[in-house]
Design a protein around this ligand. Structure first.
Ligand code: UDP
Length: 236
C-alpha cells in the first residue's frame, strides 16, 4: 500500500557531507541512493531537489564581502555537483535518472522543462532538479516548494539529520520537545527553523504538505510512503 504516488524529496547539501561537514561523503551518498531506489522500485514517482550547502552557501560569501547575487550563483552551480554525484550513484544501482537544471548546463544536464520532468516521472525515471530556482536570493527549500507544486507532487519530504521539528534545537537543548504535527502558521509564527519562510508560505498558499524526517533512520523514507507517521507533518 502506498499513500503517495509522486513525491518531492529535498536532500540538503549538508546531508551529503557526513561528519566532514564539507564535500560529498561517498558512503553517505550510497546510503541515500539505496533508500531512494527502494522507494522508486515500489513504483513511486520520485523527484529530488538537491541543496549545495556542503560546497557553498550564498550568505557565507556575502558575509565575507562578496556580492550576494554572485555568491548565490556559486551556490546554485554547487548544487549541480551534488546532483551529478547523486545521479551517478542512482544509476549504478540500476535506476534511470535525469538531471534538470534551472541554469543552462547543456553538456551535463537537461534544462528544466516542467512538462518534460513530468513525463520522466510518468516513465518512472527519478528526476533531480539542480541549480535551485535559477534565481539568487532564494534557497533550495523554496525550490522544493516551487517544483513540488509545479509537478503536482503529493507531498514534500524534507530529509534532515534530525527526526522532526522541535520547539528548540535538539542538538543544543536536552529538553527540546518534538512535534508530531504543526500548521504552516505555527511554523512561521514560532520561527521554527524547518524551511525558510518563503518556502513555507508557498506551501501554505498551495496546501502542499511537508514532512520533515531523519533520512538516516532505517527505512524512514519508505515508511512515510506506506503511510506511517514518521517525523513531523506540516499542513493546514
Ligand atoms: N541558491 C540560490 N537560489 C536558489 C537556490 C539556491 O541562490 O533558488 C543558492 C544560495 O546561495 C544557497 C545555495 O544556492 O545558499 C545552496 O543552496 P541551499 O543553501 O539551499 O542548500 P542546502 O542548505 O539545502 O544544502
Amino acid at each position: 500500500m502506498m499513500k503517495y504516488q509522486r513525491v518531492l524529496l529535498k536532500v540538503s547539501g549538508e546531508a551529503l557531507s557526513g561528519s566532514a561537514g564539507f564535500g560529498i561523503d561517498n558512503s553517505i551518498l550510497e546510503e541515500i541512493a539505496k533508500e531512494i531506489v527502494a522507494v522508486a522500485e515500489m513504483g513511486v514517482e520520485v523527484a529530488i531537489v538537491v541543496g549545495g550547502g556542503n560546497i557553498h552557501r550564498g550568505v557565507s560569501g556575502a558575509i565575507k564581502g562578496m556580492d550576494r547575487a554572485s555568491s548565490d550563483y556559486m551556490g546554485m552551480v554547487a548544487t549541480m555537483l551534488n546532483a551529478l554525484a547523486l545521479q551517478d550513484c542512482l544509476e549504478r544501482k540500476g535506476h534511470f535518472t535525469r538531471v534538470q537544471s534551472a541554469i543552462d548546463m547543456r553538456e551535463v544536464s537537461e534544462p528544466y522543462i516542467r512538462r518534460r520532468a513530468v513525463r520522466h516521472l510518468e516513465k518512472k525515471r527519478i528526476v533531480i532538479f539542480a541549480a535551485g530556482t535559477g534565481n539568487p536570493y532564494f534557497t533550495t527549500d523554496t525550490t522544493a516548494a516551487l517544483r513540488a507544486n509545479e509537478i503536482g507532487a503529493d507531498i514534500i519530504l524534507k530529509a534532515t539529520k534530525v527526526d522532526g521539528i522541535y520547539d528548540k534545537d535538539p542538538m543544543e537543548n536536552k529538553d527540546a520537545v518534538k512535534y508530531d504535527q504543526l500548521t504552516y502558521s505555527e511554523v512561521i509564527s514560532q520561527g521554527l527553523k524547518v524551511m525558510d519562510t518563503t518556502a513555507v508560505t508557498l506551501c501554505m498558499e498551495n496546501q502542499m504538505k511537508i514532512v520533515v524526517f531523519n533520512f538516516f533512520e532505517k527505512d524512514a523514507f519508505k515508511r512515510i510512503i506506506q503511510g506511517e507517521a514518521v517525523g513531523t507533518l506540516v499542513q493546514r
